[in-house]
Design a binder for this molecule. Structure first.
Ligand SMILES: Cc1cc2nc3c(=O)[nH]c(=O)nc-3n(C[C@H](O)[C@H](O)[C@H](O)COP(=O)(O)OP(=O)(O)OC[C@H]3O[C@@H](n4cnc5c(N)ncnc54)[C@H](O)[C@@H]3O)c2cc1C
Length: 538
């Protein structure tokens, strides 16, 4: 099909997700440049999106979720693992768990030490502050006036209080702001909600910018490739309702299609590892072996317990009690429908020699008959998700067909590194120790998974291999760095191509110590400054 060349813009942004919404808003705010935002999904409007408890519905809804799957891998016993990704304006913030975690200062200092000049914690802190509207107590490092609301969860059920107290009994202190200067400890999660409703990146950034005459937002526009001429990105080819169009980007193209689809799009455009491209039948336009390598994600096991008392979501979301919760939510914006995936948190060090926590916990007073689809048990139960914060295992995401509609092959390579295996085992043992403390006595009936027969390290590891899932933090697949195996330089420019940037989760050289949306928003805020400066100099 011959595409029709329609229009020209200064900046063409590909993917109206978390980072894309930030860039569209920031690059259009001074009115000096025309911006086109192309999003393959829709407007991102639906009944369940603003309701935090709608998370479980959105995890399986193809209207808002690309619903990718991993390839089977031996280390996770050849299971295909669900890899959800948000689709529509707002991207993964449409369907995510809303947990807000910045990460540790050492994460960003580590980026700078690897050659990513300008990305140390001191460099990125102003961008975290710029994006946040935090309404809780906290130290002076928190932002108060930004577009993205950050607030504590509204529910503090008695069993969560008991869990936090149990952590204290096991020697892990309470921490009222893990996004402040110290991450260690236990308490309640902070979430991106306002008045009990989910606030997406589109709500926070795009909606207020939508009326600007220099910003055009096109939904249902699936970008098929970046167009290249003489070592420069000239625009993109996209498809709307089966018809292909070309748009010219005078200053450049910014890829914000996320850590799964950005490397896919680069490869579809002939940018990548020649061996990979040749195997898929794609002509090489620019050799860049790092594309699709360095795939990092957080692997999570879910331990659960039967609870003695009817104080959990399992019973509270059935029959008349669900009706009461729905009424409470719509009347007061309070109650269990304000809960997404995060209630109480924990950040611990599994070894005393570590500079910061290496394990994160997600406590929820609910247990799942099907964790991937969030189907709740009938009897009272509770779950602790256990995740390693900085895994060493690295996977890949590569295309295996030239057809943009064929999803890429996703190989997370979870648990490949021995350190990762040891850290997961240590983290799960600590979770069991905490639940064994006296303050949990009134609630703990028995451990359902992995259960009392799990005692040796080999048992724990087998449990992880059999049951672990992603907690959806794919990143690193268009890595920022200085060396030739990185994909973008510290100004986020794709190596060797003029006028092409990547500014989403793909650029993280290593994963941050926590849920990734805060770091993605920060990256996009900083990218807007880098690209604006570059554009004014042009
Ligand atoms: C189910 C789930 C739960 C999560 N929970 C949390 C959480 O609680 N806290 C947290 O911090 N993080 C969480 N995350 C992770 C976090 O949401 C992501 O790291 C972050 O939102 C990624 O932002 P992004 O801009 O890189 O990509 P995305 O936000 O995924 O945006 C990519 C956008 O590009 C569009 N797109 C892709 N390909 C094309 C194309 N070819 N043409 C046009 N458009 C295209 C997509 O439709 C999408 O809108 C979760 C993620 C998921 C999926």
């Amino acid at each position: 099909m011959t595409p029709t060349t329609s229009e020209a813009y200064d900046h063409v942004i590909v993917g109206g997700g978390t980072a894309g919404c930030v860039l569209a808003a920031r690059l259009s705010e001074d009115g000096r440049r025309n911006v086109l935002l192309l999003e393959a999904g829709g407007e991102g409007k639906g009944f369940w999106i603003p309701i935090p408890a709608g998370f479980s519905k959105l995890l399986v809804n193809p209207a808002f979720n690309w619903r990718f799957w991993s390839e089977p891998e031996e280390a996770t016993h050849n299971r295909r693992i669900a890899i959800p990704r948000g689709k529509g304006l707002g991207g993964s913030t449409l369907i995510n768990g809303m947990i807000y975690v910045r990460g540790q200062a050492q994460d960003f200092d580590g980026w700078a030490q690897q050659g990513c000049t300008g990305w140390s914690f001191d460099d990125v802190l102003p961008y975290f502050r710029k994006l946040e509207a935090f309404d809780g107590e906290g130290d002076g490092s928190r932002g108060r006036e930004g577009p993205f609301p950050v607030t504590g969860v509204r529910e503090h059920p008695e069993i969560a209080e008991a869990f936090i107290a149990a952590a204290g009994q096991a020697g892990y202190p309470r921490n009222r702001d893990y996004n402040g200067l110290t991450q260690d400890g236990f308490g309640y999660y902070q979430v991106n909600q306002r008045n009990g409703r989910r606030i997406t990146a589109a709500d926070a950034y795009l909606t207020p910018a939508r009326q600007r005459p220099n910003l055009r937002v096109l939904t249902g526009a699936h970008v098929l490739r970046v167009d290249l001429k003489g070592g420069r990105a000239t625009g993109v080819t996209y498809r709307v309702d089966g018809t292909e169009h070309q748009v010219i980007a005078r200053h450049g193209v910014i890829l914000t299609a996320g850590a799964i689809q950005t490397p896919h799009l680069l490869e579809l455009s002939g940018i990548g590892d020649p061996t990979v491209l040749a195997a898929a039948g794609i002509a090489v336009r620019h050799e860049l072996p790092g594309v699709g390598a360095n795939y990092i994600d957080h692997f999570c096991t879910r331990m659960n317990w039967r609870v003695k008392l009817p104080v959990t979501l399992n019973e509270a979301t059935r029959g008349w009690r669900l009706g009461a919760a729905v009424a409470q939510y719509f009347l007061t914006r309070k109650g269990i429908l304000t809960l997404g995936t995060g209630l109480a948190h924990g950040f611990v060090r599994t070894r005393p020699d570590l500079e910061g926590p290496d394990v994160q916990y997600f406590f929820m007073h609910a247990s799942y008959a099907n964790a991937a689809e969030r189907k709740l048990d009938r009897e009272p139960g509770m779950t602790i998700g256990v995740t390693q914060l900085r895994p060493e295992s690295r996977g890949t995401i590569h295309l295996h067909a030239p057809d943009p509609d064929v999803p890429p092959a996703i190989r997370p390579n979870f648990l490949a590194a021995l350190t990762d295996q040891q850290c997961m085992v240590a983290g799960m043992k600590i979770a069991r120790e905490i639940v064994g403390q006296a303050s949990m006595d009134p609630y703990r009936a028995y451990e359902m998974a992995p259960g009392g027969t799990c005692q040796s390290d080999a048992n724990w590891l087998a449990f992880a291999r059999d049951n672990g899932q992603t907690i959806y933090h794919a990143c690193g697949t268009a890595r920022m760095g200085r060396s030739s195996d990185s994909v973008v330089d510290p100004n986020l420019r794709v190596r060797g191509i003029e006028g092409l940037w990547v500014a989403d989760a793909s650029v993280m050289p290593t994963i941050v110590s926590g849920n990734t949306q805060a770091a993605v928003l920060m990256i996009a805020e900083k990218a807007a400054d880098l690209i604006r400066t570059d554009s004014l100099a042009a």
